[in-house]
Design a binder for this molecule. Structure first.
Ligand SMILES: [Zn+2]
Length: 157
């Protein structure tokens, strides 16, 4: 199965960069990235140490419903290119561990799919979860439960 891995929509990232409201209705905070642990949720790359980042609350769901968690994420303060690929970013292998779980078409968690796995196992686990037709998509989250990205079934080549 091919995967479809995407960063958050460009329109959402751009709106935040223009000072628009985050999931809490507040503008993002601008901070200097320190250390290597600052992933941008649009390009899914690590924000370089010393570069400016935006810190905001993000809700990776299109509608408000009981499972629509919001939480803290980072974005590059500058413009960047949305990640769109059939593999996870290489640095995800260093997530130790990550949380992964499937959601159904109503955006409800499919609890039986949830696992805590080390980064190198993430792609295989996504494929396992997405093999169930009742799963609409997968979320990958850090060990702190911060949303990293959404993974869907890709179109066959
Ligand atoms: Zn970025």
């Amino acid at each position: 199965m091919r995967l479809a891995v995407q960063g958050i929509p460009t329109a959402q990232a751009d709106a935040i960069r223009r000072g628009g409201p985050d999931a809490n209705g507040q503008p993002a905070l601008r901070r200097r990235a320190e250390g290597p642990g600052n992933p941008c949720r649009h390009c899914l790359q690590l924000i370089a140490d010393g570069e400016d980042k935006l810190v905001l609350s993000y809700r990776p769901f299109t509608s408000l419903q009981p499972y629509a968690e919001a939480g803290p994420v980072f974005l590059h303060a500058r413009g960047c290119e949305r990640y769109e690929a059939d593999t996870l970013p290489a640095w995800f292998a260093f997530l130790a561990p990550a949380l992964v779980r499937g959601y159904d078409a109503r955006d409800w968690i499919r609890y039986e799919t949830g696992r805590v796995v080390d980064g190198p196992e993430l792609e295989a686990r996504c494929r396992q979860i997405l093999a169930d037709d009742d799963v609409a998509y997968v979320h990958i989250r850090s060990k702190f439960n911060c949303f990293q990205c959404r993974v869907e079934r890709g179109q066959p080549v």
